[in-house]
Design a protein around this ligand. Sequence first.
Ligand code: BGC
Length: 750
Amino acid sequence: MKKSFFFALFISVGFQLVIGQNPINKSQHTQLRRLISKMTLKEKIGQMTQINIDVISKGEVFNLIEPHSLDSAKMHKILVEYGVGSILNAGGHAYSLEHWKEIVSTIQRFATTKTRMGIPVLYGIDAIHGANYLLNGTLFPHPLAQAATFNPGMVQKAARITAYETKACGITWNFSPVLDVGRQPLWSRMFETYGEDVLLARKMGSAVVRGYQSSDSANPGKMAACMKHFLGYSFPFTGKDRTSAYISDIQLREYFLPPFTDAIKNGAMSVMINSGDINGIPVHANKSILVDLLRKELKFDGVAVTDWEDIYKLVNVHHVAKDEREAVKMAINAGIDMSMVPNDLRFSDLLYELTLSGEVPQQRIDEAVYRILAMKLKLGMFENCMPFSKADFPEVASDSFISIAENIAEESITLLKNAKNILPLAKTKKLLITGPASNNNMYLNGAWSRTWQGTHPIWDKNSRKTIADVILQEFPESDWIQGCTIDSLTNNKDVFSEKLNHADMVLFCAGEWPSTEKPGDINELKLSTAQENLIKSIAAAGKPIVLLLFVNRPVIIREIEPLCDAIILAYHPSENGVRPIAKILSGQVNPSGKLPITYPKFANSLLTYDHRYADQLANDFSLNAFQPQWEFGAGLGYSKIKYSNLKISESKSGKKRVLSIAVDIENTGSMDAKESVLLFVSDITASIAPAVKRLRAFDKISVSAGAKKTVHFQLDLNELGFVNRNSKWIFEPGVFKVSISNLSSEININ
Ligand code: BGC
């Protein structure tokens, strides 16, 4: 009996020994098998259970007693009686390094000394733009901003630092990166994505996975990435978080799957599942996605964790399970390894009953536990699960980390309009700095900043300078007035006018209330009325306006755009974006961010750049319906970059057929520049309606003032393929148009 069970286990996991990117070797495999053979069913189910830290802390869930501390009796129940194998941080706020280390070491000591098996606990956290739950952790611009750099190497550095500071806390599992492609501008989590383009999300996502999971003597310990949210989470039809998505198999594979495929190839150790449903089937109960696609096709061998309470939601949100017992059975049998329960133990009790009754096969439990323990093993937790000493992480929150965050902000901030080259500004200019984000870094940090929604700046470092602080230093003739909050005017009209009269121009720092997930749902995609009205009244007074936008998503600014002389999309650059903004305004830095999304002009016309030709049909029967405010890839600098001499040729590289493309870029301005060179390809005719164009390669190039460079790309022809009507990736010969900037050329490929 025992033998046949092990044989079955070996068959199911033996396959993974060969194909995984973080393969378990033979002796580790034997170690895991031995460990699992000694575990009781209850202990195994404990490993599959993830509980919120609030549940083992003093106080109530979401209402912890401050200062926060762990409760031994609660820990005993969760860790010893139930053998829970994973804890996550959720309800609370950022802690100091010392406090994190105390929490993690207390939990690990409990788990390793007081439980029968002594298995360490996986602590999971959302460190999505730096160690954002560490009080003085280095915050980076949010992922959407990072995408605007078109510089995956730099983004990988940020991920490495995030891992460093997270590991310094003793935490080894990061619920990041978000690999959901941001193709629904209404969605509250747009800023967490790497934008609307598949290639960009693939490159950025993989760079982040590599950054998180790399380690060396200068960055000790290991941390696992968690790709999320598999699959199709970012495309809710209503635009509201966790509502239904309607995505065809072709679209799913063409647009939403590739970032996950690449991240798996780069060794991502875990995945979190989409809370929503696709075409009516909740992903947590969808075996075709969780097993056929994820395991069999993509050969993913890591841990699949649910999102928050998602098994219970199969009952009360999706209505596909009549009760929680049925929901647990559905999800575990569909392929879930670990449940982010997270506030009670009903999941564990129910799964215990279901396994005893045979409704969930024992083999499914062993498979899940194997994956979870394999992850702990790969992370080195069986050798040492205790936080390292502070001396091992001397660089936490160091100036060098902050300067990398600043570099990313400098390369992400996107100049969208600069009428009559109003920017850069002379230091003698009298600016009136105003707007909600002018003196409050909460709008720059966005959600997931020291608290979930990022709306409690008391946890932010109050020594950090705001935009007003820095601009008043850089431009000493300037002045500041709040002007308005998101919702209303804050100053007496006369006081405001008085200050306005003295100013040469206005620096309007507009914001969107920081939010994510359900709290970030909106009914209108627009900048708030109070801000719009104030901008209109400033324009009516005849003052030039430089508009800075700190927003969660591309809010419509159609009416105020003509009133502004310069417009800068700063995304969420974080508190480390303040100095870069000042440097861009004063011309010490030449802006180089480019839009990783299409910036819409009308809320009812939300096309991505890679729409189909039919989407361009206009009511005058022309093909001019695609009229965004700014196109994907838009972004100005202070130097004009001239493109010329586009050359394309087909050749062979080994067995592969490749397209070689070269283009010259020349910096005709007087400032050194960084230029993101974006290469688009249009498939002119295909067996299913092709996109008008697709980004197929990009590179970020430094080009000094007056210099000229040739940029080379090599494209495997297979990269020019698409998902056909049989859901297969194919390359179809034919005519292709290659375009870079204002140049284009066609090539016939047989
Ligand atoms: C979010 C996830 C996050 C998890 C844990 C959920 O509500 O959807 O992205 O990782 O909470 O905080």
